[in-house]
Design a protein around this ligand. Structure first.
Ligand code: GLU
Length: 447
């Protein structure tokens, strides 16, 4: 039988980077083996579930490209690819849990106590044969030692996590449970439940925790802990996916940038690293830069336009060729798309604000006649192309007996407002003669 795996998030908080990695490892294993990836929303805790959290999970998985392979047909078309099926929701499967509890009760494997239903837990030790962690025998706590039985249906009638998790894994024929190591402590309960239902438990692979750079456990409150931080922070999903692959897995040859198809080919459970993984923002940012550099033009433009629009900069007012030429000067220069409005916003503004420190330094009286001379030389220059603009500037600098930088800085500041940015001569060419002269004139009038 081909493997069947699942990602089973509880929609009680927002999708954590650790949850995203759990989803990814399940998806990779399914793709590696030709198996099936199931998405199951564990929404039995009605007091803590939110629809917003469900949406974040679905959007996050779609953004990462982790499509799920089956689910009930839905009218609201939440399927990721074909758009015809949604994830499984435990809240829609209550009958199944009730029948399973009745079966346990009728066989004396569960009993009622104070209105709740408790599972008669085995008193024998249980060894978990984990594909990542190895064999684990969990010691009972003192309290469990006295009474290892545990509640499977609360007195308000709501089934408890351990029960619904196991019933679903059983009914969905899950073959491998790949989940965070924080669930290792629940696993002996789960194995006992599987046995009580008369079936072999699935294989388990508990993946190590993700730690902060300082070695503390990463929690929801830590910076960069939520997937949405990357979705909204100008990251490319392929960079995030590549980075998540490296958290507890490695292609063994020290490579860090690795194409997803190759990860799929090589990914396997026994190779998951045992040690906790430390989150390394610098590495993620490096990968982001690598993927950003390689983007196909049309996708690069689309992401740029989107990032500019989010910052309130409307590129639609400009001819498409102008927008593309402007963005071409940014390719390979920015890592995060959120950097773009500050980096390239000057192309799309009627007038720019001068960086105050640079203005103090470069808009000084001795630069006035120099900048005027350059302005006049540019006014005469035709065609207005980068190579010529560079030659003209150097020529003017030569005549003035100053270094090119003496003209470069105030020119850049006048035309972009920034002390740094795209290659000067290219950006001047893109802006075009009219805008460049206008901006130089405005700067000259300002000091
Ligand atoms: N709903 C559980 C969680 O979000 C899933 C546990 C599991 O994967 O078995 O932690």
């Amino acid at each position: 039988m081909k493997p069947r795996v699942r990602f089973a998030p509880s929609p009680t908080g927002f999708l954590h980077i650790g949850g995203a990695r759990t989803a990814l490892f399940n998806w990779l294993y399914a793709r590696h083996t030709g198996g099936t990836f199931v998405l199951r929303i564990e929404d039995t805790d009605t007091a803590r579930n939110t629809q917003a959290a469900v949406d974040v999970i679905l959007n996050g998985l779609r953004w990462l490209g982790l499509n799920w392979d089956e689910g009930p047909l839905t009218s609201d078309a939440t399927g990721p690819v074909k758009g015809d099926y949604g994830p499984y929701f435990q809240s829609q499967r209550k009958d199944k849990y009730r029948l399973r509890v009745e079966a346990l009760l009728s066989r004396g494997l569960a009993y009622e106590q104070d209105g709740a239903i408790k599972f008669r837990m085995t008193r024998e030790p249980i060894v978990i044969q984990d594909l990542v962690v190895g064999d684990v025998e969990r010691k009972l706590t003192d309290r469990e030692e006295q009474d290892p039985d545990f509640v499977i249906v609360r007195s308000d009638g709501e089934p408890v996590f351990h029960l619904v998790n196991v019933v679903d894994d059983l009914e969905m024929n899950i073959t491998h449970v790949i989940r965070g190591e924080d669930h290792l402590s629940n696993t002996s309960k789960h194995i006992a439940l599987f046995r009580a239902f008369g079936v072999q438990p699935p294989k388990y692979a508990h993946i190590p925790l993700i730690l902060n750079p300082d070695g503390t456990k990463m929690s929801k409150r830590d910076q960069g802990a939520l997937l949405t931080a990357y979705m909204e922070g100008g990251y490319l999903p392929e960079a995030v996916v590549n980075y998540l692959c490296l958290l507890s897995w490695s292609p063994k040859d020290n490579r860090e940038k690795i194409r997803l198809e190759e990860v799929i080919e090589r990914f396997d459970l026994p190779q998951i690293l045992r040690a906790n993984a430390r989150f390394d923002h610098a590495k993620l940012l490096w990968l982001q830069g690598e993927y950003a550099r390689e983007l196909r033009d049309d996708r690069f433009y689309e992401l740029c336009v989107h990032a500019l629009a989010r910052a309130g900069i409307d590129t639609n007012r400009f001819p498409v060729e102008y927008v593309k030429a402007a963005l071409d000067t940014c390719k390979g220069k920015i890592k995060l798309f959120t950097e773009l409005p500050a980096y390239a916003g000057f192309y799309f503004k009627d007038s720019v604000d001068y960086d105050p420190d640079s203005a103090k330094k470069h808009f000084v009286p001795e630069n006035r006649p120099r900048l005027e001379k350059l302005r006049d030389a540019y006014a005469r220059q035709e065609p207005f192309e980068a190579a010529h603009l560079e030659a003209v500037l150097k020529n003017v600098a030569g005549e003035l007996g100053v270094k090119a930088a003496v003209l470069v800085h105030p020119t850049r500041l006048a035309c972009t407002g920034n002390p740094a940015g795209p290659s000067l001569y290219h950006l001047l060419e893109v802006l075009g003669k009219e805008r460049v002269l206008q901006r130089l004139d405005r700067a000259l009038a300002s000091f």
